[in-house]
Write a protein that binds this ligand. Sequence first.
Ligand SMILES: Cc1cc2nc3c(=O)[nH]c(=O)nc-3n(C[C@H](O)[C@H](O)[C@H](O)COP(=O)(O)OP(=O)(O)OC[C@H]3O[C@@H](n4cnc5c(N)ncnc54)[C@H](O)[C@@H]3O)c2cc1C
Length: 445
Amino acid sequence: MFPDYDVIIVGGRPGGASLAARLGQSGLKTLIVERSEFPSVPAVSTPFILPHTLGLLDEIGAQESEYARNTPRMNRFVLEFKNYFRVPFYMQTSAGRDYMYTAERGRFDTALWRNLGRFPTVTALENFAVTDLVRDETGRVVGIEGRHPQQAAQTFTAALVVGADGRYSTVASKVEAAVIHQRTDVDTTLYYAFWENVAPYDASGEPLAHIHTSVDGFSYVFMPTADGQTAVIAQGQAGLYDPAAGEVQSMYLQLLQRQPHVWRRLSKAAQVSKLSGMKRIGNLFRQPTGFGWALVGDAYHQKDSLDAQGIYDTLLSSKFLAEELAAWKAGQKTLEEAQEAYGRRIYAALRPMFDATMGRVKREIYDIPPTFIAKTVLRWVLTSPIYQHNFAANVIRQMPDPVGWTAPPQMIKMLGSGLGQSLGRALRRTPDPYHLPPASALPQK
Ligand SMILES: Cc1cc2nc3c(=O)[nH]c(=O)nc-3n(C[C@H](O)[C@H](O)[C@H](O)COP(=O)(O)OP(=O)(O)OC[C@H]3O[C@@H](n4cnc5c(N)ncnc54)[C@H](O)[C@@H]3O)c2cc1C
């Protein structure tokens, strides 16, 4: 029996839609199914889309003018360390861009889904929920079963079924994909809402990403997004940020209010959306492929959003799988060889940055240094030009060793350079660019 399709993809957001586009570019007969209808937003996500991610979006022909419609470009972010100091970071160039967006996910996901209309070999069904997988007598996955609401169940078959169905993946659960690597010691909880009329960060009025680490197990992020709104995140150690069911909103507001450098921007603003979020964001890799199936995106790999790498990693997993499947279709590899190569390549590409993100969550949210250390050692390291350059290069994946640049010998070098600069300024009596004025001296609207 010939299957109906070369590939069936379950899930139609960044992972699924980008994989379908790439398979369409190679002429593979593809079915992609998505249980929601577009436009719609995924359960939880307020994504920064960094320059390297824009490059992968170009490759699938996604239109920046659509997915980033009426969304401000930002070329810097500022990290405040309590009220001790602040450091600016400037976006470095990747894919010809030195700016980032905070995407409005409804707009972003819809643009990626509509992009599929360009590929004649891709069939896209929305409002279709997969309920089960179809297997042959050997146990191999050979298709899906699912339905449109209020309609009879349908089955479709394919040589390969791909789960692009997010962190609570039906495909991963049906095939019992094993967790092959996991960290549970730096879990964070995160809630966010959208606000209007937020005070600008500084007198320039330019949109920028503002991160405030309060050095007590919490961190806050302002993300200017589409149509004049700003997503405001409160994130914290999972053990400290554990509101009871009816207290999620009140705890979120209390957290924002107790930080003067956060609340000064919100005191005259209005929260215009309900709160969304997640307790204990997972940090794990699953088995990437098996007998007739593969996983991409969050179905395969999840991690804390602090470094904003989720969509890039998702698009990269789809890219690697599509490349391997094109080689299979061209007769250069068996399907099993293509699957094995995908699994090996994607783990090698994602694991170092995963480790780097875990290190950063530990440094910025879990470690609570004594005030004296934060104001000296930490300040010298973070304000070092080497740190600023390497950090900005790392988040667009341009550091060859994402973890090694923060190893102790490198930290000592950065500390020396930051300290040297600080002493130089003191001797020359020049103003300190990293000084964080009291909240009352900054824009309040
Ligand atoms: C709080 C938070 C903040 C984040 N911030 C960032 C950020 O700043 N930058 C960044 O790059 N990433 C960020 N991410 C990560 C990013 O959101 C994910 O990596 C990305 O959405 C993964 O895409 P995906 O296509 O794999 O899965 P999803 O976006 O989860 O899409 C999965 C799709 O599968 C569909 N589906 C599920 N089950 C079925 C079924 N049975 N049948 C049919 N369809 C099904 C769902 O309806 C959904 O549409 C963040 C994540 C979180 C949680």
